[in-house]
Design a binder for this molecule. Structure first.
Ligand SMILES: Nc1ccn([C@@H]2O[C@H](COP(=O)(O)OP(=O)(O)OP(=O)(O)O)[C@@H](O)[C@H]2O)c(=O)n1
Length: 399
């Protein structure tokens, strides 16, 4: 039996990045032997085992051959005679197809080190074609390693274009969302969507976002962009410089839906619902995305908003029950301002405005309203009025 460290851990160690997870491959063994020495079998489809103490994943070396459509249409062949080179051959990218043996020697049969030097994401072999998720994986790695200068090899991009037109429809929503989530928390998540668009996958996986690239913007802040899609990508890039929060980053993808649907609330909401429900996106992200889709444009110059509108925004973001949601409003406002030359000054001024407005209105408590004699639905109405009054009084002094 021989043991090899494989995949992302080898790639990341060569890129001097922290190793998050270790995957291992075993050659010259079989399931019976693995169970006998204390490993626990976890893979149903593939022979994968958990180490008895470290709980890291150990897979028996395998080859795969496609015999049907989609992710499940594989014949997986495992046998003590399958070599590490054969196992590495079925993997997606050359930079992911290297291994360290137990003596620390690097095995690199498909030139992963060369591609690390060339900063290229290149597929190992035609086996790449066998899993359409790899289109999303490559787009994600392009986003993750953009700051290091990585790009996609032209032959790999060609293959991704071919694949997008055939098997992409068969990917499960869960796999699409899992990969998209990982892409969204990279430094440059906009690259993920740009690559998907380039290879013809965006219109299949995210038609709501794809359509934005076919519409030119009409508002003053769209002037520097060819279409609403490019504007959305810039906003996604902007927000990613400010926060790693997945929900906020995803919600920004919906920032131009209002423009696309001529501010029809019904159409905006159904578009966000279609997108999020199809991809099984969690409810908190769906909720925030709807609010951003409807109120994004109002969060531009917040100092010009009416008191009524400020209160409505605090209501929509559920700030009274969850005061930390004021941060979401501030991030979204800043993502608007980031293109401005005087960003620091503007964003400081607007952040201050939002924080003060929230601090003032938050002081007004339901129990004070109740103790002044208000009951039932009048409590809410009075709370609302008092909040508006306090903002009106403050706004006068502020301006
Ligand atoms: N569709 C896939 C998924 C995984 N792999 C291979 O399995 C390894 C481990 O996969 P995974 O843990 O999903 O990703 P990593 O490459 O380790 O990268 P990260 O942890 O950043 O997601 C990959 O490196 C690659 O060799 C593959 O070839 N095709």
């Amino acid at each position: 039996m021989k043991k090899y460290l494989v995949g992302g851990a080898v790639r990341d160690s060569l890129l001097n990045l922290p190793i998050i997870e270790k995957d291992w491959v075993i050659t010259g063994s079989n399931p019976q032997e693995m169970l006998k020495i204390g490993y626990e079998q976890v893979g149903k489809d593939f022979p994968v085992f958990l180490h008895p103490t470290s709980h890291e994943e150990y897979a028996l070396a395998r080859t795969e051959r496609k015999n049907g459509k989609g992710y499940t249409g594989f014949i997986c062949y495992t046998n003590p005679s399958v070599t590490i080179e054969e196992d590495l051959y079925r993997r997606d990218l050359t930079i992911n197809a290297m291994a360290y043996d137990m003596h620390g020697n690097l095995l690199d049969p498909y030139n992963g080190q060369r591609d690390i030097k060339l900063k290229l994401l290149r597929h190992v072999s035609d086996a790449f074609y066998e899993d359409p998720l790899r289109i999303l994986r490559v787009a994600r790695f392009a986003a993750k390693f953009k700051h290091m200068g990585f790009s996609i090899a032209s032959e790999t991009l060609q293959l991704m274009i071919q694949m997008s037109s055939s098997e992409l429809q068969l990917l499960s929503s869960e796999r699409i969302w899992t990969e998209t989530k990982k892409a969204l928390i990279t430094n440059n998540p906009q690259v993920y969507f740009q690559i998907l668009k380039k290879c013809g996958a965006l219109n299949i996986l995210f038609p709501e976002i794809y359509t934005l690239f076919t519409i030119s913007g009409s508002k003053k802040w769209h002037l520097n962009f060819n279409n609403l899609g490019s504007h959305t990508m810039t906003k996604l890039s902007n927000i990613s410089r400010l926060t790693k929060d997945l929900a906020i980053r995803f919600s920004i993808l919906c920032c131009n839906l209002s423009e696309q649907h001529n501010s029809s609330k019904q159409l905006i909401i159904s578009s966000v619902n279609n997108l999020c429900k199809r991809l099984t996106i969690p409810n908190n992200i769906l909720k925030l995305s709807k609010i951003v889709a409807i109120y994004y444009n109002d969060l531009y110059d917040v100092t010009t908003l009416s008191s009524e509108m400020i209160i409505r925004i605090f209501n929509k973001f559920n700030c009274w029950h969850c005061p930390k949601n004021i941060e979401q409003i501030i991030y979204i406002n800043k993502s608007h301002l980031l293109d401005h030359q005087c960003y620091t000054q503007l964003s400081y001024y607007q952040e201050n405005f939002l924080r003060t407005a929230f601090k003032l209105t938050k002081q007004i408590k339901a129990h004070d309203v109740i103790s002044s004699g208000f009951q039932n639905i009048n409590i809410g109405k009075e709370l609302h009025n008092r909040r508006i009054n306090i903002l009106n009084a403050w706004n006068k002094n502020y301006k």
